[in-house]
Write a protein that binds this ligand. Structure first.
Ligand code: ADP
Ligand code: MG
Length: 717
C-alpha cells in the first residue's frame, strides 16, 4: 500500500525560501514557475493541482504516478473482454436518445465487423457528444468493457478519438492522485506541457555509478516516469525509476553530509574535565552502568575533548538507560565549566527528565532546572536569570528553551531526547544558539538500520545494545477482549499485591474523541470497582499540568492504575510499574506496541504485558502479536515491522522522522539509501567546498530538491 499522500507545502515557509530564491540557478527557473503559467491551468484548476502536487511546475513533474492503464490492447468488439480496458476501433451507427426519463442513460451505438457496442452516458451534454461521435464515422474509443444483458458497453469512455488522434496515442497511460474536481486529463495535459520546458540539467552523479546501473540522464528518466512506453518502465526497479529515486536520496544525503562536515570542521572549545564530578555521579548512582553505557559515555567524552564539534546519535531501545548517559555527559560538561540544555518533546517529559537527571546529578552538586511553556511571568524570568548568570548547570525543557530571550552563560552541550519529534530546522535553530554547542541526539526510534541512515546518515553513532542487568523481559500474553472480566479480576489481585498497572485504551483512527471516551469509560468502570482514589487518567486533552500530576501520582504510588490514551507512549517513567495492559492491541503497529510495553520491565521486578485483542484477527495483526510474544528486542521488532508494514501499519515509519520523499518508493528503493549515503559522504569529503567537477551540477541538485540547509552552507561558503 502506498503511504498516505501528503501534498507539499514547503513553499509557504517564508523567509528562508525567499532568500534561496535569490541564488537559485537560472537553469531551474522553468521548474519553479507557478503552475498557472502552464496552458490550460487557470487559477481554479491550479488550486486543485496544488492540492495534489504543489504550486510550482516542478511539483507537477515530481508527482509520481500511482498506477498505469494499459491501452495497448486493441481487440475487436467480439474479442473485447468484460472487466478489462480495451481500445476499440468502430463505426458510429446511431445516437439513441432516451425518453424523458432521467434514469435511462443516453447511448451511442457503435459497430465493427464482429458486433455491436454501446457507449453509455448519464446526464450527457448531447451537442458535445454529437460533435465528437458523428454518425457514420470511424472512432477509436477506450474504456472499461462491461456487459449489460446480452450487450457489451463502455460507460463514460475515457477516450474518444479520431483515427488521426489515435495515431499518436501511447499504449500506457499514467494515473495520478486526484482530488474533487480535478480530472486525469487536466493533470496529464499539465505534465505534458511542463515536460516541454524541462531544462537539460548537467549530470550530478559520478559516471561510474550511473553506468554500472544503466541509469539514463535525469531528463530522460523523468520522461520515462510520465510517458512510459513499456510496462517494465513503470516498475520501481527500472533503471529510470531508480535513478530518480537515487537523485532524491542523494540530494537529501548530500545536505545532511554538508551540515555534518561543516559542523565538524568548525572547531569547538574542547570540553575537558578532571573527572571529579563524573566520579561522584557514578558513586552516588543507585546502579552500576552497563558496559554499553560506559562505552557510549567514553565515545561522547572523546568527542567533547576533541575540539571538533560533536554530532552524535545515541541509539538505544526503550529502557536501555539513555538518560543516565546524558547525565554523565552533562557532568563532564560541567567539569569543563559549560552548561547543558536537554530538550524533550513534551512538557511532561521535560519535567520528568529534570527530576530524573537532578536525582543523578544533585549529589554531585550540579544544579538542574526545567523550563517549559508552562513557566510564565515571574517564574520564567527567574529561571532565565539563573540560566544567564550560570547558576543553573543543566536545563531541561521543550521548544520553549530556544525561544527569543533565552540566554545562556556558557552553553556547551545540547542533548535532544527522542528527536524524531523535532524537525531538522529546530535542530539547526538550537545549535545556532549561543556558543556552538556540542550535539547529542538520543532516540529509541525502532527503525531498521538502512532506514535510519535516511534520517541520521550524517551522525556518528553510539549504540546502547544492552539492557541493564537483571531485567527480565515482560511476560507477554495475548487475551481476547471477550475475557475482559477475568482481566479486570486479575488487575484486582495484582493491585492487592501492590503492583502498579498501566491500562492503555484503544487507538481510534482519526478520532481522538472516541479514543478519549473509551479511556474515560474504562476509567469510570475501574474507579467504580477499585475506588476513585486508586485509579488515575491521562489523555491528550488534559493540560500539561494535569497530565504531569497524574504521572507523578502514579510514579509515587499514590494511585495503582493509570488509564491512558497513547500519550504515555513517549515515556512516562514509573520504574515500579509492572503490568501493562493494552486494549485493542490489534490496532497498534509493532513499533508502538513495543514502545508501550517498554514502560514496564524497567526494574528488576518481574513484569507482565497483556495484549487484549478483538477477534477475529487478520493475518497481519496475528503476526504482529506473535512477534510481540517472541521478542523484546526493539531492533528485531523494527525489522519485522518493516517486513509486515507493507500490508498496513503506517504508524511506525511515519513517526520515525523519515522525510516526505516524492520520487522514492521507500519499499522498493530501500537498498539505494546506503548507496546514496556513501556517494554523498564521498562527494563531500572529496570536495567540501563545492569547487570540483560536479560542483555546479550538485548545487543545482540541492536546489532542485529544496535541500535548504545544504544550500545555505554551500552558498555561505
Ligand atoms: P531510555 O533509554 O528508554 O531513556 P531510561 O534512561 O529511562 O531508558 O532508563 C530506564 C530505567 O533504567 C530507569 O529507571 C533508569 O534509572 C534505569 N537504569 C538506567 N541505567 C541503569 C543501569 N545501568 N542499571 C540499572 N538500572 C538502570
Ligand atoms: Mg528516555
Amino acid at each position: 500500500m502506498a503511504p498516505p499522500y501528503r501534498p507539499r507545502q514547503r513553499w509557504r515557509e517564508g523567509a528562508m525560501c525567499r532568500n534561496l530564491h535569490v541564488m537559485r540557478p537560472e537553469i531551474l527557473f522553468p521548474l519553479f514557475k507557478e503552475t498557472t503559467t502552464l496552458p490550460g491551468l487557470g487559477p481554479r484548476l491550479a488550486a486543485l493541482v496544488e492540492k495534489v502536487a504543489g504550486p510550482r511546475v516542478g511539483d507537477i513533474l515530481f508527482l509520481k504516478p500511482t498506477s498505469v492503464v494499459d491501452r495497448s490492447s486493441r481487440p475487436t468488439i467480439e474479442a473485447a473482454r468484460e472487466g478489462e480496458i480495451a481500445t476499440i476501433k468502430a463505426t458510429v451507427e446511431a445516437h439513441i436518445e432516451p425518453p424523458r426519463n432521467r434514469f435511462i442513460p443516453y447511448k451511442v451505438r457503435l459497430s465493427d465487423e464482429t458486433g455491436f457496442l454501446h457507449l453509455v452516458y448519464f446526464k450527457p451534454r448531447i451537442p458535445y457528444l454529437q460533435k465528437i461521435l458523428p454518425e457514420g464515422e470511424i472512432r477509436i474509443v477506450s474504456g472499461k468493457v462491461e456487459r449489460f444483458g446480452s450487450e457489451k458497453q463502455i460507460t463514460h469512455p475515457d477516450l474518444v478519438m479520431t483515427e488521426a488522434e489515435a495515431a499518436d496515442m501511447v499504449g500506457l497511460e499514467t494515473v495520478y492522485p486526484l482530488t474533487q474536481g480535478l480530472s486525469l486529463k487536466v493533470i496529464r495535459k499539465a505534465i505534458k506541457a511542463a515536460m516541454k520546458d524541462v531544462p537539460d540539467l548537467p549530470e550530478w552523479h559520478d559516471g561510474a555509478v550511473r553506468h554500472d546501473r544503466h541509469w539514463p540522464g535525469w531528463k530522460s528518466a523523468l520522461h520515462s516516469l510520465h510517458f512510459p512506453e513499456t510496462l517494465a518502465e513503470t516498475d520501481p526497479a527500472h533503471p529510470a525509476r531508480q535513478r530518480l529515486a537515487f537523485d532524491e536520496l542523494f540530494a537529501r544525503q548530500l545536505a545532511l553530509q554538508l551540515v555534518a562536515f561543516r559542523r565538524r570542521r568548525k572547531s569547538a572549545k574542547p570540553l575537558r574535565g578532571n573527572g571529579e564530578l563524573v566520579e561522584k555521579v557514578l558513586a552516588c548512582a543507585p546502579f552500576k552502568p552497563t558496559s554499553a553505557q560506559t562505552r557510549s559515555f567514553e565515545e561522547i567524552s572523546r568527542d567533547l575533548e576533541s575540539g571538533r564539534r560533536m554530532m552524535r546519535l545515541l541509539h538505544g531501545d526503550v529502557g536501555a538507560g539513555k538518560t543516565f548517559v546524558a547525565a554523565l555527559a552533562a557532568a563532564r560538561a560541567k567539569e569543563a565549566g559549560a552548561q547543558t540544555a536537554i530538550m524533550a518533546p513534551t512538557e511532561i517529559l521535560a519535567r520528568q527528565l529534570a527530576r530524573t537527571i537532578s536525582a543523578f546529578l544533585g549529589p554531585a552538586g550540579i544544579t538542574v532546572d526545567a523550563l517549559t511553556g508552562r513557566d510564565k511571568g515571574k517564574k520564567r524570568q527567574e529561571i532565565l536569570d539563573r540560566l544567564k548568570t550560570g547558576e543553573v548547570d543543566v536545563i531541561c525543557g521543550t521548544h520553549a528553551l530556544f525561544q527569543e530571550g533565552v540566554e545562556f552563560d556558557q552553553l556547551g552541550l545540547v542533548v535532544i531526547d527522542e528527536q524524531h519529534r523535532f524537525g531538522v530546522s529546530d535542530r539547526l535553530k538550537l545549535s545556532s544558539k549561543g556558543q556552538r554547542p556540542e550535539l547529542l541526539v538520543m532516540t529509541a526510534t525502532p527503525i531498521p538500520r538502512t532506514l535510519a541512515l535516511s534520517v541520521y546518515g550524517h551522525m556518528d553513532m553510539s549504540r546502547l545494545d544492552e539492557k541493564p542487568e537483571g531485567r527480565k523481559p515482560p511476560d507477554t500474553r495475548t487475551i481476547s477482549m471477550d475475557r475482559m472480566d477475568s482481566v479486570i479480576n486479575a488487575v484486582g489481585r495484582a493491585i492487592e499485591r501492590k503492583e502498579r498497572v498501566y491500562w492503555v485504551c484503544p487507538l481510534v483512527e482519526e478520532s481522538d474523541v472516541s479514543e478519549l471516551s473509551a479511556a474515560e469509560d474504562r476509567f469510570a468502570q475501574l474507579s467504580e470497582i477499585y475506588g476513585g482514589n486508586r485509579v488515575g487518567l491521562v489523555h491528550g486533552r488534559m493540560s500539561a499540568q494535569e497530565k504531569d500530576e497524574a504521572a507523578v501520582r502514579f510514579r509515587n504510588g499514590d494511585i495503582d492504575i493509570l488509564v491512558a490514551t497513547t500519550v504515555i507512549e513517549v515515556g512516562i517513567d514509573a520504574p515500579d510499574a509492572t503490568i501493562m495492559i493494552i486494549e485493542h492491541a490489534e490496532r497498534f503497529g509493532l513499533a508502538q506496541l513495543h514502545q508501550l510495553r517498554g514502560r514496564v520491565g524497567r526494574s528488576d521486578k518481574a513484569s507482565t504485558c497483556l495484549l487484549l485483542y478483538q477477534g477475529p484477527l487478520g493475518e497481519i495483526a496475528r503476526k504482529r502479536l506473535d512477534i510481540m510474544k517472541q521478542t523484546d528486542d526493539g531492533f528485531v521488532i523494527a525489522e519485522e515491522d518493516w517486513k509486515l508494514r507493507g500490508a498496513g501499519d503506517p504508524l511506525g515509519v511515519r513517526q520515525s522522522g523519515l522525510p516526505d520523499y516524492r520520487l522514492v518508493d521507500i519499499e522498493a528503493h530501500i537498498d539505494l539509501i546506503p548507496l546514496a549515503n556513501e556517494a554523498a559522504r564521498k562527494a563531500v569529503y572529496e570536495d567540501p567546498d563545492f569547487k570540483g567537477d560536479h560542483a555546479e551540477a550538485r548545487r543545482i541538485l540541492l536546489y532542485l530538491f529544496e535541500q535548504d540547509e545544504g544550500i545555505r552552507l554551500i552558498e555561505s561558503g
